[in-house]
Design a protein. Structure first.
Length: 56
């Protein structure tokens, strides 16, 4: 993501959590959460709701 996301989420414990990921796009945020969960041992679950908006 970005340096901002890295700073804000630096010490966030993602073990044994259920994460609701609601965003606009093709799964970029879901991948971000999955990567972070994997780095911490992979014990959480993601519920992902993506809404792809047509180009304007």
């Amino acid at each position: 993501m970005s340096e901002f996301h890295d700073f804000v989420l630096k010490d966030l414990n993602l073990k044994n959590k259920i994460i609701l990921d609601a965003a606009v796009g093709a799964g970029e945020n879901t991948y971000f959460w999955a990567k972070r969960i994997h780095e911490q041992g992979g014990t959480s679950k993601i519920i992902s709701i993506d809404n792809d908006l047509p180009e304007v």
